[in-house]
Design a protein around this ligand. Sequence first.
Ligand SMILES: NC(=O)c1ccc[n+]([C@@H]2O[C@H](COP(=O)([O-])OP(=O)(O)OC[C@H]3O[C@@H](n4cnc5c(N)ncnc54)[C@H](O)[C@@H]3O)[C@@H](O)[C@H]2O)c1
Length: 245
Amino acid sequence: MSVVLVTGAAGAMGQEVCSLLAESGKRVVCADINDPSAVAQGLAGRGHDAIATVLDVTDPGSWCDAVAQARDRFGGVDALVNVAATVTDGPDSVLDVDVAEWRRVLDVNVIGLALGMSAVAPALRRSGGGRIVNVASIVGLRGNATHAAYSASKGGVIALTRQAAVALAPYRITVNCVAPGVMEKAMLGKDTNTEDRAQWLAGVPFARAVREIEVARAIDYFLAPEAGIVTGQVLAVDGGRTARL
Ligand SMILES: NC(=O)c1ccc[n+]([C@@H]2O[C@H](COP(=O)([O-])OP(=O)(O)OC[C@H]3O[C@@H](n4cnc5c(N)ncnc54)[C@H](O)[C@@H]3O)[C@@H](O)[C@H]2O)c1
């Protein structure tokens, strides 16, 4: 039974990912800077193998602890799913760069993700191969007027996915990413007004937000045996948003 370490496990998408992976028979290490114990306990209560670990993705020592916990409890790690990310507090633009905010976002979304790949790669290599799935965003593929730092970070996730896919292929480690469009729970969140929602949906051919479970299923595909030769790919899960002229 394979062991998957999922970051951002306490968040909206991370919880769906942990749940789907556990239901498909994987042992799940739920990792987040916000204590994800409730997520792991919920899964364990439904009869699944899951543990929680508090992980700050920007801290290499924290990654060592998470990998060590996976090894001690489940005997190792077979896959990593990098869901954790952060966003600037409000819209930001290249016309007004807040250096501290840019560094904070890039630290979590790009460097944190690189540290994760670096932390698990030796274990995957030792076991003869493995899987890494990163969560980017369609703003890493297409331009939007706001969230410059976040967009740059997600473009970085896509570039890093391709780079790592090539670098880790000799070890039979696949590296892929999903690029979600606007998510249902975020769309229903407190910061989003009806006008913003209508404007976003107008650009989506399917005319609805993406459900977290739909992204979780795309991630699960990249972890499946059938995807063993698929690497360096970006799968937009976006209701056709990036296909539109
Ligand atoms: N919400 C959307 O509309 C949307 C759209 C496209 C892509 N995404 C991406 O999907 C992923 C999940 O988004 P979400 O909607 O679940 O967001 P969320 O805010 O609910 O979850 C993000 C999680 O990351 C964790 N996190 C933040 N900094 C961390 C750190 N330093 N170390 C460890 N964990 C940390 C948070 O505690 C949180 O639990 C993210 O990568 C996000 O960029 C989201």
